[in-house]
Write a new protein. Structure first.
Length: 282
């Protein structure tokens, strides 16, 4: 009985004393001053598809803000931007993410479209322990478009800030909102409003791309003209759409809405199939 009393007193003391600690921790997280975004920039040069490209690699944070102008999330991205543009040259910029939801962009970044690629077995075999070899990636599309690989909140180094929590960004509309705000902020900071803009997604990332392209935020004064590039499929209830060309209603939808005619699969032949994935704008 005595030992039980001692245990009760001890447990009560812990509860009483830890309460203020957690409260102080919560208060510190909500009121702590948010530092400026951190970014790292390096210079590179390589030959991609017979074209010599001098480019910057920019890895770092971009803050998206709430309606009051306060930072609500830090979005981490890896951008590859061509340097020394010729006079009058307007480079496209492609925003890239993976799917999940809940996946960082590392798979498309270091496995497919980035200027460097991690070497792993192509037959889904065991890759062994890191570090893995990193090689130049001739498959990259950096020769025709600048690239921005984006990690949504809760993936990679991206996180909620201040009083916001991860769950505030985890939903189709919330996710599209945060990605649209990131893109708006990025193209403003880098003066890329006149550049053709592509959204490239894989798996759920295709759904995200469609949602972002349609998103109309009240703080987005100008809605860019988006171009969608799909990898894998758009997820539909009960089945997968393997190719936009299989669905004539998509051709009808995107070929009869003004500027949307320039979407990649809007161009079609007499058979109703896309003429070119990278159709030019008209």
């Amino acid at each position: 009985m005595k030992s039980f009393r001692v245990f009760t007193v001890f447990a009560t003391a812990i509860i009483i004393n830890t309460g203020p600690i957690y409260a102080a921790e919560e208060e510190t997280n909500e009121t702590a001053e948010i530092p400026e975004p951190t970014r790292f920039i390096s210079e590179h040069s390589n030959r991609f598809n017979d074209n010599r490209i001098d480019y910057q690699a920019i890895a770092g944070e971009t803050y998206i803000r709430d309606i009051e102008g306060e930072p609500k999330a830090s979005i981490f991205s890896f951008a590859y931007v061509k340097r020394d543009l010729e006079e009058g040259e307007v480079r496209p910029v492609t925003f890239v993410w993976n799917g999940g939801p809940g996946s960082a962009s590392v798979w498309l970044h270091m496995g497919s479209y980035g200027p460097k690629r991690i070497v792993v077995p192509s037959d889904a075999g065991h890759a062994g322990l890191p570090p893995y070899p990193i090689v130049e990636a001739p498959e990259t599309i950096l020769d025709v478009s600048d690239l921005v690989f984006i990690d949504p909140v809760g993936t990679g180094f991206s996180r909620a800030l201040g009083t916001f929590e991860g769950k505030d960004f985890w939903g189709l509309n919330e996710d599209a909102d945060s990605m649209a705000l990131f893109i708006q902020t990025w193209i403003s900071e880098h003066n890329r409003w006149n550049s053709p803009k592509f959204l490239l997604g894989e798996s759920f990332g295709t759904t995200r791309a469609a949602a972002v392209a349609k998103f109309k935020g009240r703080r987005i004064e100008y809605k860019p003209q988006w171009h969608l590039v799909r990898i894998a499929s758009i997820r539909l209830p009960g089945f997968y759409s393997l190719c936009a060309g299989q669905h004539r209603f998509l051709h009808h939808l995107y070929s009869n809405h003004g500027r949307n005619r320039s979407l990649p699969w809007a161009r079609r032949t007499s058979t109703g199939k896309p003429r070119s994935l990278f159709a030019t704008s008209s």
